[in-house]
Structure formats: C-alpha cells, structure tokens
Write a protein that binds this ligand. Structure first.
Ligand SMILES: [Zn+2]
Length: 441
C-alpha cells in the first residue's frame, strides 16, 4: 500500500496542514510531518477536499461501450477528482438484477480508479410496468442502496408508492427522474418564448414540478425517503423547499450544467446543449444556485452522459440528450457558485462529497478529512484558469459543452483508498494501479 505525505495543503476551512496517508487511511494531520517511506506531494496553494462522490453517472457498460466503459468512465471520474461514482441502471441489459449490478461493481473494482456503486433499476427493464428485484440487488455483493429508472420517470403513482415502501426495509432510496411523460412527448427544449421562436417542441417546467410534488407527498404518506435527480426549474426548488419545511425526507440534486448554462445556448441549434432535463431560463439558473446555497438542494451530481459523435453532431431533433461532466464538474461548480461567493469550499465538500455519500449510504465519508478516516482525497488548484479542451477529457466521449470555454481551477491529485489515481494532473496508468493495488472487498 502506498504512503503519501501531502505537504502544506489548505483544508476547506482555510487551515494549512500536512496529510500523511498510510495503509489506506489518513494516518496523521498536522504541520511538519515526516515519513521516510512516503511519496511527497507538494500541495502548497492547493485545497484538499474529501474525495468527490457522484450520485448520478452514466458509465454505459454493459451494452453501450462505444460511448463509455466502466474503465473509461472511471478514468474520467478520477481526473475530475471523484473517488466514488454511482453507475446508472440504463445499460443493456438494464441493471435490474443482482447479476448485472454485481457485474458492474466487479468491472469497477477491476478498473481500480474509483469505487463504482451500481444503481439498481426500479422497474424491470426500465419498463415502468413491474418492480424489479430490489431486495435481491440490495442483498447482492453490490449492496445496492440507490434505485432509479433514470432516463425515464417512474410515472405510475402506484408503482412509485410500492417502490418507496419496499426500499425502507434495507434503507434504500428511490432517485426519481422527474418528467411527466405525457406532458413531454416529443419535447426538445424548455417550453417558453424561446422554444416558440425556434420552433422546437417545448418541455414545460410543470412536467418536472408536478412529479416532484406527487413524489414528496407519496414519500410522506409511506414514511420513506426520496431523492430527486437533476432539479432544473425555480418551481422545483420551491416544491422541495416546501417539502423540507414540512419535514418530508426528500433530498435533491442539481447538475453543474444547470448551475451555469441556460436555454439561450440552444439558439444556434447546437445539439451539444441538448440535455434532459433541458437547459432552462436564466432565472431558473439563479434559483438553482440560491437553492444550493440555502440547502434546499442537497448535492451536485454530474449526470455524466456520454454519447458518440454521430449521436450529437446531427440535427437537433434527432440528437441524443446528454453531456459529459465528470472531468469538468468541480471547475464548473467553482465558476457557478464559488466565484459568486454563494458557496465556500466547506460547502463544496458537503455538496460534492459528504452529502452524496450519505444519500448513497457510502461509508467512510462522514468525517471528511480526519485522522483515521479512509484516505479519499482531492487536491485542487483554485488559482489557475484554463481553456477547457478535448485533452482535458479522459472518457470515451467528447460531448462536453465546455470545450473552448475558460474555466477556473484544476484537479492536481486524487487519492482513492490511499492510492494515487491522479498525480500532477495526470492519470496514474492502469498497469501501475494494478501492480500497487490490493484487492479490496
Ligand atoms: Zn435523468
């Protein structure tokens, strides 16, 4: 197991410290630490964050390996500072059985860059007709705790109720992709003045808000917790705020892109900006930032959605929905809500690490950077500015909306279970990881 001595890092609180990583844990914090056997990492000027945890990642394997694999997505995650990703279930076959979720988890272990936590489908084949074997996935080796039909909504209220009831037995959570299907048939972009001008079918805010309102009431009724994926409208923030005030056990996420980009980018019909839920109005972006700042929105999750070039470089109406986001997430959140002063680095540690780990029931992230805690760390240089380019991507797909944009900050190092997966801003190669890597349970 590697030993690393991280010199003179700034914690999110602003305090400077050395961090000694040994045997997979944070062995010591303090100034002037030394360890003869350690690899030195100079962290002067760098912020040390707890390893980032993504609750919403599309790794595409099995079935869509031309877009991404567990390995390539794990590399994209590590270069973005992540140590855990939750792999969404809309693969082929769908991750709706113990066998598939165990396969995805095993591929993650073999890749070795991050902890891959499979998300189980709520319904068989994402078909919305019958509940999948939630209990079997929960008790499998993959120990699934997050269930989602993401990509499609669990729109049947009775099925949603049953799913919410069922997962209580093993402390699971249903993560809902809130999109009322009848209200969004053929929808292409946010419904409003601009969709009328562009002649694209509109996607009304109420299609998202109505499902969230229904689901928080269902969660209250059955005494379960519910998680809402990718909030995109001001009204959704209001509904979640109301539900929390009422004491309902709801958590919510927002993507980096919904915190930074708005619907005006659609005006050139560039399908890079086609995403589900769609980019919304500028006032929605402001409401999402405010909701994240006041705690109504609990976490940031990437919704990393890789697609091959032929699925994006085509006419708007036939293009796929989605953007890659793992590699850019921390910089985009930095640009959207840290530079504006709405969130500080302690908040970032909460919304991108501690809280998503808590929602996903991932152990080891409760205390953040603390002596004796598992060594999952991200070292981030907030002082640089870079023009985001294809060379910043490590996944198999390049459908990033940030190419050519100026973004602040860069991940310099990522430590996963005590081993460096990224050093000097570059991936540690897979062979070296495998040589050094113990097999983890
Ligand atoms: Zn979704």
């Amino acid at each position: 197991m590697n030993t690393h001595l991280i010199r003179s890092a700034s914690l999110a609180s602003g305090d400077r410290t050395d961090i000694l990583v040994r045997d997979g844990v944070i062995a010591e914090l303090g100034s002037g630490l030394s360890a003869k056997d350690a690899t030195l990492i100079d962290a002067d000027g760098l912020i040390a964050l707890p390893g980032l945890v993504d609750l919403h990642t599309h790794l595409r394997e099995p079935g869509f390996e031309q877009s991404e694999t567990v390995l390539s997505g794990s590399m994209a995650a590590a270069i973005g500072g992540f140590t855990v990703v939750h792999a969404m279930a809309n693969t082929s076959p769908v991750a709706d059985t113990a066998g598939v979720v165990e396969q995805v988890q095993a591929l993650g272990e073999a890749a070795g860059y991050v902890t891959v936590r499979p998300v189980g489908a709520v319904t068989v084949g994402l078909g919305g007709q019958a509940l999948a074997e939630l209990g079997a996935m929960a008790s499998s080796r993959a120990a699934v705790r997050v269930f989602s039909d993401d990509g499609v909504c669990v729109s049947d209220a009775l099925l949603m109720r049953r799913a919410l009831e069922y997962v209580k037995a093993f402390d699971g959570v249903i993560a809902q992709h809130a999109q009322e299907p009848r209200l969004t048939e053929g929808a292409q972009m946010n419904e409003g003045t601009l969709s009328g001008e562009l002649g694209l079918a509109g996607w009304p805010a109420v299609a998202e808000e109505a499902i969230i309102a229904r689901d928080v009431l269902l969660a209250e009724h059955v005494g379960s917790r519910v998680h809402v994926c990718h909030l995109s409208t001001a009204g959704s923030v209001d509904v979640v705020r109301w539900a929390k005030a009422r004491g309902i056990a709801v958590t919510a996420e927002v993507t980096p892109h919904h915190l930074l980009l708005d619907e005006r980018l659609v005006s050139d019909y560039d399908a890079t900006y086609k995403v589900n839920p769609p980019l919304r109005r500028e006032e929605d972006v402001h409401a999402l930032r405010a909701g994240l700042a006041d705690g109504t929105i609990d976490i940031v999750a990437t919704d990393h959605a890789p697609h091959p070039p032929e699925a994006k470089q085509c006419e708007w109406s036939s293009a796929a929905f989605g953007m890659v986001g793992l590699e850019s997430a921390l910089s985009v959140v930095h640009a959207a809500v840290v530079e504006s002063g709405q969130l500080d680095w302690t908040d970032i540690a909460r919304v991108l690490s501690q809280k998503p780990a808590e929602i996903g029931r991932v152990d080891g992230y409760e205390r953040g950077i603390a002596t004796g805690a598992p060594a999952n760390l991200t070292l981030y240089d907030p002082s640089v500015t870079r023009t985001f380019s294809p060379s910043d991507l490590r996944g198999r797909s390049v459908n990033s909306p940030y190419l050519g944009r100026s973004l602040p900050g860069r991940v310099i190092a990522t430590i996963h279970r005590g081993r460096a997966t990224v050093l000097d801003g570059e991936l540690v190669n897979a062979a070296a990881l495998a040589v050094n890597g113990a097999h983890h349970g």
